[in-house]
Each structure stands twice: as C-alpha cells, then as structure tokens.
Design a protein around this ligand. Sequence first.
Ligand SMILES: Nc1ncnc2c1ncn2[C@@H]1O[C@H](COP(=O)(O)OP(=O)(O)O)[C@@H](O)[C@H]1O
Ligand SMILES: [Mg+2]
Length: 257
Amino acid sequence: MNNTGNAPVQLTDVRKVYGTGPGAVDALAGVTYEFAAGTFTAVMGPSGSGKSTLLHCAAGLDTPTTGDVHLAGRSLRGLDETSLTELRREHVAFVFQSFNLMPALTVRQNVVLPMTLAGKQPDDAWVTEVIRAVGLGERVKHRPSELSGGQQQRVAIARALAGRTAITFADEPTGALDTTTALEVLTLLRDQSRRLGQTIVMVTHDPVAASYADRVVFLVDGRIVSELRRGAVHPTAEAVAAELAQLSAGRLSPTES
Ligand SMILES: Nc1ncnc2c1ncn2[C@@H]1O[C@H](COP(=O)(O)OP(=O)(O)O)[C@@H](O)[C@H]1O
Ligand SMILES: [Mg+2]
C-alpha cells in the first residue's frame, strides 16, 4: 500500500523493536497506513498487538526503530525535540488512559492548559460548551482529586476538544467510563470529526466504541491485518465483534486449538 502524501497522519513501513538480542520484541512489524483528513479511525487488536505503540509512534511521542511518520505534513524523522513539541502543540490533542491532569489546576484550567502552553487565546464560549457537553458544567472549579475517574477522563476529553486541533489521538478513552458517559463521549468525538473535520485515531477494545468510528483497523502481532471501512454507514458493533472473533480464532496455533 502506498501513501498519497496528503493525510494528516501517515505511517510508512513503521517498525518498532523494544530491547535487543533474543529478548527483543517487534511491537510494530512494518505498518503503512494513512489516517485521512476528517476520519475517525478505531484501532483494535489483542492485548500486546502494538496498539499503544502505534499511537505513540503516530503522535511523535515515541520514535520508530525504522520507517517514517508524517504528522500534519511534516516528516518526524530527524525532527529535533523542540520542533516536535511545537508541531504537537499546534496540531495534536491527546486523551490517554491515565488522564494526565494537573492536580493543582481546576477543571477549566486543565482544559485550556494546552492552548495556554501553545500561546493561543482560548475561545471561552467554546470551552464552556465542551465542558458542559462532557457533563462537567457544574464542576469547572473542582480539582482532579475532587472528581471520579470517569469525570477526570471527561476533563481529558474536554481538553482534547477545546483546542480544536486538526488531530486527536485517544488511547482507550472510554475504558474508565460508565456506558452512558462513554456513549456521550464517543458521540462528541464523532461530532468533532464530522463537524470540524478533525482526524481522530482511537485505540479501543470495545466493538461498540469502535462502531462510532468511520474505519476500524485490526492489529495482530504488530501488523495491520484487516480493516473495516464504510462510507456513510459506520461499521456496526456486530461486524466489529465478528471480525475480532475471526482474528482471535486465526491466532490460535494448531497445538492451542
Ligand atoms: N517500553 C516498552 N519496553 C519493552 N516492551 C514494550 C514496551 N512497550 C510495549 N512493549 C511490548 O510491545 C508489544 C506491544 O505493546 P503495546 O503497544 O502496549 O500493545 P497494546 O497496546 O496493543 O496492548 C508488547 O509485547 C509489549 O510488551
Ligand atoms: Mg495499549
């Protein structure tokens, strides 16, 4: 598969090896993929298949052993740390499993922090809207320690939405949330890609979460082995679950089955 060169996030034969010698692990074993502008893509696969590594390499938080990543039109190869930080601040937002909130700051201060760091003026009305949309309108002055895990994750999601960056990376963003809140958050992410043309890459193990995406890519042993892609219709949770079941079955060696 060749990349067209226009997508906001492109991986070209990305390999990532952790460790050396006999203990070395090929976390990514040659991934070439384009995350097209305005698409919401879910990345799925068994535990240890390289999902987080893919996300970290794509976001410039980790460096591939070989291969190249283009982020917002720039090759990350050889980019120094300062330029990389600036590139990320300008174009990228993150939602991680660990929320990475600043304990001393309030909800609102946490939400606007990336913009403050990037020297941008927050759009106050929009910030208020996203905080309300994630259900924290009553808690803008609370600090993270005064919030539940689900509420803290919603702060992290509001923070990612508030800056209206071109690209959002999310690693299991709904993992810590109850079903209702999870569906609200997924709807927000989907709206963000639909309405603002944001490119979203979300790692999840949940077929229902993946069904909110436009595309679902499946990783096994550090390789993309299949993809579900629908035009106007989102991949259904059933189709995603069926694909996962097939991949899991395919992974069993004859001695295991
Ligand atoms: N920092 C690291 N050091 C060594 N091995 C790692 C490191 N991070 C991930 N790995 C290994 O790389 C593989 C892929 O990990 P990861 O990307 O976290 O998978 P996933 O997110 O799909 O569970 C796993 O075998 C994991 O143990
Ligand atoms: Mg992971």
